[in-house]
Every structure is written in structure tokens, then in C-alpha cells.
Design a binder for this molecule. Structure first.
Ligand SMILES: [Zn+2]
Ligand SMILES: [Zn+2]
Length: 267
């Protein structure tokens, strides 16, 4: 390849033809917008970054459309304040009506690229995205928690009907690989069950969401969670109604504490 591209005249053309040929053989669809693109080689060693992890999956336009959650945020629910000045503090919602979980933290803002990526993972079967997204979620977990301070990681479950339709639980898919890492907490993927197949939350207001989901979850086996410090995992935090309902039954079932970790969060 080096020999070909260093040839004076034909080199550039051969190289271009080669690229077209490679592109034709291995077309890459951007997993957010669906356009064809030639993946860059941005991989560097050291810290995990969105661009590095997602480079093989996203075109450069979409790579630029990601925003990480950053302080100042609400100490409790993780809401990212519009003003980028000052320290973390409690938001009005958490002062008025505190939720059952201790803290909720998320990796990225649920917007543009991350919204498209999550949508494609869940509804368009792009499960290849679970690996890089799961890696970013793990990075977020390590940022906010010490693994030895957590007894169990619990993915928010789907109702069995929806599970059968989709074929997978995206929350579990994101954390599945963590089991291979030493000293990581157990994954309690049967700790919670979704008893009621609630209508999709999309289009519902805050209060409606809360009522819709309130009694949807149950603890299957209280012995499994008794005395445990739990981190609940979901793909998206919207109003917090889902994770709050889960935290309520987990605490009711004997868990000592429930924290929340999500890939994305609406702001
Ligand atoms: Zn794209
Ligand atoms: Zn808050």
C-alpha cells in the first residue's frame, strides 16, 4: 500500500480508487443519521472519550453533535443547569418533591446524536452500539461510584411482552460486559420485574408519567436485594418517574440505598 501511494503520477488515483473500492466493499452507515461514511482512525491511548469510542460508528457531523453532562448539575437528580456558572446544588424539583433514589447521574445529554444512537439501538436493532455505549456508561459509573461501595447493579426491566417483541433489554445489554471485569458488583437482572405493561411514556407530562408507571414494578425475591446498596441502570432519564418507581419498590423490599445511572438524560 505504501509503495502504491508513493508512486508519483498514478499513486493518488490508485489510492482514491482503492478507497472507493474499500468503501464499496465495506460501506459504513452512520449509526445516528444513517449516511455512508469512511471511519476515521482517531483511536488514542489513555482516557476514554466519546469521539474515540464512537469513531467507527458515527460520521463526523454526528460525532460533533454530542454533549456530555457537566457541572453545575443538581446534586440529587443530576439535572444540568442552563447557567454554566457556579457549583452543583439542589434543583427546585428535588427540594419540592424528593425522589426515592439518592442520586442520579448520566453520561450525555439526550439530544441529537445520542438520541439517534439510543433510538437506533432500541428500535432499529443496531445492537453493535451497545458495546461502545456500554463502555461510556462504565466510564460514568467509575467517575461517580467506587465499585466496592455498590453491592448490586440492577437494570430497569422491560415487561415480558415488550421483551419478547424487542428481543433484548437495552439496559441489560449496556452493562452485560461489565461482568467480565474483576471486582465489579453483581448484576441483579432478575431483582426487579415489570408486572404491568404500561403504555409508552412518550408524549406524557411529568405527573401523567408518574401515575402511569407508579405500580408497574415489583421485587421478585426480597432476599436478593435485602441490605444491598443498589445502582439502578437505564438508557434514558426523562422525568425520573420510571427510576423513582423502581427505587420505591427496591427500598420497600429491603434495599439499603438506590442510586441511578443512565446513559442519557433530558435537560
Ligand atoms: Zn451521522
Ligand atoms: Zn434535582
Amino acid at each position: 500500500m505504501t509503495g502504491l501511494s508513493s508512486t508519483n503520477n498514478g499513486g493518488g488515483m490508485i489510492h482514491r480508487l482503492g478507497n472507493t473500492f474499500i468503501q464499496a466493499l465495506f460501506p459504513h452507515h452512520c449509526m445516528a443519521c444513517g449516511k455512508f461514511f469512511l471511519p476515521g482512525n482517531k483511536k488514542r491511548y489513555g482516557a476514554v472519550s466519546f469521539e474515540d469510542e464512537m469513531a467507527p460508528f458515527l460520521c463526523s457531523d454526528c460525532s460533533g453533535g454530542f454533549q456530555a453532562v457537566a457541572s453545575p448539575i443538581c446534586n440529587k437528580c443530576g439535572f444540568m443547569f442552563v447557567s454554566r456558572e457556579g457549583d452543583d446544588h439542589l434543583c427546585g424539583q428535588c427540594i419540592k418533591r424528593p425522589m426515592k433514589f439518592n442520586v442520579a447521574r448520566a453520561w450525555g445529554v439526550y439530544d441529537r446524536t445520542l438520541m439517534d444512537a439510543v433510538h437506533n439501538l432500541k428500535y432499529n436493532g443496531k445492537i453493535q452500539l451497545a458495546k461502545p455505549l456500554g463502555k461510556m456508561l462504565l466510564d460514568t459509573f467509575m467517575k461517580y461510584w467506587q465499585p466496592e461501595d455498590v453491592d448490586m447493579i440492577v437494570p430497569v426491566p422491560l415487561h415480558k411482552k415488550r421483551f419478547r417483541m424487542r428481543g433484548f433489554n437495552q439496559a441489560y445489554l449496556l452493562i452485560k460486559a461489565w461482568q467480565k471485569i474483576s471486582r465489579m458488583p453483581d448484576i441483579g437482572h432478575n431483582a426487579l420485574i415489570r408486572e404491568i405493561n404500561t403504555a409508552p411514556q412518550i408524549g406524557l407530562g411529568k405527573e401523567e408519567r408518574r401515575k402511569n408507571i407508579k405500580n408497574a414494578f415489583a421485587v421478585k425475591n426480597p432476599e436478593m436485594i435485602k441490605g444491598k446498596r443498589i445502582v439502578l441502570v437505564d438508557d434514558v432519564y426523562t422525568t425520573g418517574a420510571t427510576v423513582d418507581a423502581c427505587a420505591r419498590v427496591l427500598v420497600g423490599g429491603g434495599a439499603v440505598s438506590v442510586d441511578v445511572l443512565t446513559l442519557a438524560r433530558t435537560m
